[in-house]
Design a protein around this ligand. Structure first.
Ligand SMILES: C[S@@+](CC[C@H](N)C(=O)[O-])C[C@H]1O[C@@H](n2cnc3c(N)ncnc32)[C@H](O)[C@@H]1O
Length: 271
């Protein structure tokens, strides 16, 4: 069954999906690990290299998903735990090389606690933006700090909002427009509310016979400086800020950042 669209414009889950799995139910999880894209070795390996380098003991991935990053990191001998909202996503971790060593807790990264003190907590692939209020994003930073030992690190990888591509009076930025060779095609666009910092990513797929599918996923963006304040509220201070996993310098033209904060040496485990 195709997605239906409710009155708020959000896509409803497909038949067989568990609403408790949020935006990543079975119908999404089933296609998440396809080859290429975010699963390509040239995308995964640089991230795992940096995380392995920063790890100095057990690590915790917030929103661990299907173990795209956690499983190969565990395969290198790092002790990896994960928190994940979607059972459908988490169910796929154990089948990957290294994945059976990942200790997964189903829960919300704004509040779920797992046992242990970690050298590194990390949250990659834009997922801080899946948390759609400032308060809840602060809770993510607080929860990260609560899991870190003094001097431990919190790493976030997230895209920068494309606001410089918004002409005056417009709120929408297309990121892919791809007509199909046989008809139909795909259009993807982000729609921004620059007052609330909420935005949606919208995906319209039309089959060659003209049948459409619309998915609309809510996000909230926060500038790196706002994240520095969130980190400070949580007892952490900036340590590294890169434009990508290659540790290149962040510039005005960067499209994403990889930022790392360090928990204050004087703070023990919180909360
Ligand atoms: C884009 S995927 C990233 C998964 C994995 N980190 C990766 O890099 O492939 C986003 C994941 O975040 C999970 N997620 C979203 N909000 C969450 C929350 N508040 N707590 C825990 N997991 C969450 C989703 O269920 C989904 O598996």
């Amino acid at each position: 069954m195709s997605d239906e669209v409710n009155s708020s414009g959000a896509a409803l889950v497909e038949q067989g999906d568990d609403p408790a799995d949020g935006w990543f139910p079975e119908s999404v999880a089933a296609g998440y690990d396809g080859p290429g894209g975010a699963n390509a070795p040239e995308v995964v390996t640089p991230a795992v290299d940096v995380l392995e380098d920063l790890a100095d003991g057990p690590v915790l991935e917030f929103a661990v998903g299907t173990g795209r990053i956690a499983a190969p990191l565990a395969a290198r001998g790092v002790r990896v735990s994960g928190i994940e909202l979607s059972r459908a996503m988490a169910a796929r971790i154990a089948s990957k090389p290294g994945g059976d060593a990942v200790d997964v807790t189903i829960g919300d990264m704004t509040s779920t606690r797992v046992v242990g003190q970690f050298s590194l907590v990390y949250l990659v692939f834009n997922t801080i933006s899946n948390v759609t209020t400032q308060d809840a994003q602060v809770d993510v930073f607080r929860n990260a700090a609560a899991h870190l030992r003094p001097g431990g690190l919190f790493l976030v990888e997230v895209g920068l909002p494309d606001l410089r591509r918004l002409p005056p009076g417009q709120d929408t930025v297309p990121f892919t427009v791809a007509p199909g060779h046989e008809g139909g095609g795909y259009v993807g666009f982000d729609q921004y509310d620059v007052v609330t910092q909420e935005f949606t990513s919208n995906h319209i797929t039309v089959s060659p016979d003209g049948i459409g599918r619309f998915r609309r996923i809510p996000f909230r963006y926060a500038w790196p400086a706002e994240m520095d304040l969130m980190a400070r509220i949580a007892g952490m201070k900036p340590k590294y800020r890169w434009a990508d996993w290659d540790r290149s310098e962040l510039t005005a033209d960067s499209t994403k950042h990889v930022s790392v904060w360090e928990k204050d040496q004087a703070l023990g485990a919180l909360g």
